[in-house]
Write a protein that binds this ligand. Structure first.
Ligand SMILES: [Zn+2]
Length: 71
């Protein structure tokens, strides 16, 4: 319990200013996954989404699901 709270605080404190947020990430997540599968450089092409996925569990789960479904 404490460990999870601590992790959340750490994430909050280390939020990347490049993070584009949930709406933007969801809008482009399929492109991100596509780019990842084709070229493996999605994080370079979409750094704001990469930054967001590190700090957001729901979007990170969506990403993992899309990646699993597409590969
Ligand atoms: Zn999100």
């Amino acid at each position: 319990m404490f460990r999870k709270a601590r992790k959340t605080v750490d994430r909050f404190l280390t939020t990347n200013p490049a993070d584009v947020g949930c709406d933007e990430t969801r809008a482009h997540l399929h492109e991100y996954v596509d780019r990842m599968l084709r070229h493996r450089d999605a994080a370079k092409r979409y750094p704001g989404i990469a930054a967001h996925l590190v700090g957001c569990d729901p979007c990170s789960d969506d990403y993992a699901g899309l990646l699993a479904a597409a590969s």
